[in-house]
Design a protein around this ligand. Sequence first.
Ligand code: AMP
Ligand code: MG
Length: 345
Amino acid sequence: MRLARSISLRALLLLAPVLWLGSCATRRPDSALLERFEFAQPQMGVPFHIVLYAANSSEAEAAARAAFARIRQLNDALSDYDADSELSRLSRTSGEGRAVPVSEDLWLILHRSQALAARTGGAFDVTIGPCVSLWRKARREKKFPRSDLLAEARAASGWQKLRLHPRTRAAELLVPNMKLDLGGIAKGYAVDEALKVLSDRGLTRALVSGGGDMAAGDPPPGKRGWRIALAWLDATNALPPQFVLLARSGLATSGDAFQHVEIGGLRYSHIIDPRTGLGLTDHSLVTVIARDCTTADSLATAVSVLGPDEGLKLLEATPGAAGRIVRKPGLQMETRTSPRFELED
Ligand code: AMP
Ligand code: MG
């Protein structure tokens, strides 16, 4: 899946040191036998990393291989880029008046997505695909989408046009030309599932990340958590790094730093406001910590759309969730955090 395909190499190099500070492999008596291992592989259009503690390299390598295989399997099912993916095949049934039974993974993601869509009044919306396609084109051509095409894309979008049938675990796309896009949630699910593969093999002290979204298991030996440096709004607005401690939870970052288009002096994000069908113009970076990364990833996208006031309320109302919103509405940068958000010294 090319969920974040347009992150440039330069952007990744910038992101890497910011988002990816694994913990130090300090050995303590209780974990004298555990060694630290690191693996990286491109998946879903971004680099995925695994850091884990294991007794030996063969155990570590076998587990990492299985975890990456799980991510690949999810990409094959959930990609909106691959015309043969389960998701694309489902999208092609739109408007046919039938409900299509879906795999357990796709069901789970669609179910979670629709629950968040309902909670956010449609700010989080996986039916936004037609508008996303239009904005990808706008970005390539640096031209605002034509109004008739925008109207068509909006007519084929809207979370209430996706109906889920729990008894048969089937999905029905109610109008023609719909296109589902899981870019706001699938990476979070992928890192959660990869972490599960590792812990099923007994490797619970692990951290899996993909393009800035990460799922943390138990902390490294002798530590209280994985020390993660938070990203700033963009390189020009970078302040001294701030850290959070992550354990048995997920962290996701959403923002327009690396994916946006400038048209007529206005900067539009790759995140779409479903109320208008247009890319967000609010220059922001949202970091969310939650019980798992599926939740963190989808909330981060939703909070980006909702803006700071409603977004922080959403985080407060979600058990175990916390977050930080950095914006630059004018010349000044503004940072707001939800009450549960805790920085590490
Ligand atoms: P993220 O980087 O996790 O915030 O996800 C952004 C991606 O989610 C975009 O590239 C689109 O694929 C998709 N997307 C855009 N707007 C929305 C939205 N309002 N709700 C859900 N997904 C969206
Ligand atoms: Mg997201």
